[in-house]
Design a protein around this ligand. Structure first.
Ligand code: CP3
Length: 322
């Protein structure tokens, strides 16, 4: 997740040499090097492209930066239909060729030893950044638009849906074997509003990708998704990623047998003792039961996480035989 690399000393060293996030995430050599850092040390089953959900925005005529200590900043937040008209549909080949190149190299580097994972932001979550101007606590600007001029928001969501469907296909065509869709802030919506402002666009993306790439597994993640689980499954994704506020056994029951689950160890557990980490991994795997399960944390790994505890997580996970 977004902080995934930050706990590693090797990543912090690169940040010192290349302080700009945009540079680190848009230079093929750096993207490859950073993506491979966790793989070189822990040999996980999946290698995640180093990028950000906001990376496509410049190609859509929405300039942004990620500022240390502040997070994402959108220079000209979208407010009116005229602003939405200025948003260009995304053409990944032209706008983010470094993503395709990096994925191709990653695919070769890890060969068949690990799956290469790509990811995109969901329309509502991208719209929240673009309308709020960055990270938000109250989401008042996007809600004002949603509940007073819904057509403007729908026009923006539609552009993101078409663009992200294209982007997923582009990532798959260049070597991503699984793609995760982050609707991190979907849970800021009430379930009834989720059905209006998020679900249809997620479905549109999934349907479009499944038409051309029927075998590409899609994962969907939303933070704090306990109130929305059943609705997340309605999108048609293959895997629902649970955060740690949902009990894994309950999540599995509520999602049913057709959907695989991912997650959901609390990232804070990695600050605990080795015994505690071991116990929580076993609990999570046991609770996930016999159906398909991708063992993972319930959200991004936190800065300050001891690397030896991460190594322990992988050692325990790899020894599990069920
Ligand atoms: O394994 C990896 O390297 C993961 C790569 C990754 C990043 N962002 C790199 C990143 C992924 C999967 C993301 C996704 C992302 N980005 C999400 C969805 C996941 C989630 O957290 O729910 C979201 C909401 C974003 C937007 C974003 N990017 C924010 C809010 C921030 C600031 C975070 C902070 O605490 O400062 C970022 C910056 C960002 N993206 C960092 C990283 C490693 C940290 C800044 C840095 O390293 O310079």
């Amino acid at each position: 997740m977004r902080q995934a690399g930050r706990y590693m000393k090797s990543y912090q060293d690169i940040c010192e040499r290349y302080p700009s996030f945009r540079e680190r995430s848009e230079n093929v050599d750096l993207v490859v090097e950073i993506s491979l850092q966790p793989w070189n040390v822990f040999k996980p089953d999946g290698v995640i492209l180093f990028s950000d959900i906001l990376t496509p925005l410049t190609g859509m005529n929405i300039p942004f930066d990620i500022v240390k200590g502040k997070g994402p900043v959108i220079f000209n937040p979208v407010q009116t239909i005229a602003d939405v008209d200025q948003v260009r549909e995304f053409t990944p080949e032209g706008s983010v060729p470094y993503v395709g190149e990096a994925l191709k190299i990653l695919r070769k580097e890890v060969d068949n030893e690990a799956a290469v994972l790509g990811f995109v932001g969901a329309p509502f979550t991208l719209a929240s950044y673009v309308i709020e101007g960055g990270s938000s606590k109250n989401f008042t600007k996007i809600k004002k638009l949603a509940f007073s001029q819904p057509k403007v928001l729908h026009a923006l969501l539609e552009k993101f849906a078409t663009s992200m469907a294209k982007y997923i296909k582009y990532q798959a065509d260049n070597g991503a074997q699984v793609v995760q869709i982050f609707d991190s802030w979907a849970t800021e919506l009430s379930p009834e509003d989720f059905e209006v402002f998020s679900l249809p666009y997620l479905k549109q993306i999934v349907d479009s990708v499944k038409q051309s790439h029927p075998n590409l597994p899609l994962i969907l993640y939303a933070s704090g998704s306990g109130g929305l689980l059943e609705r997340l499954a309605l999108t048609g994704v293959d895997v629902v990623s649970l955060d740690w506020t949902v009990d894994m056994a309950e999540g599995r029951r509520r999602l049913g047998a057709d959907v695989a689950v991912q997650g959901n160890v609390d990232p804070g557990v990695l600050f605990g003792s080795k015994e505690f980490i071991t116990k929580r991994i076993h609990d999570t795997v046991r609770k996930a039961g016999k159906g398909k399960h991708i063992l993972n944390l319930g959200h991004g790994i936190k800065v300050g996480t001891p690397e030896e505890n991460v190594a322990h997580f992988f050692d325990v996970a790899k020894d599990i035989r069920y």
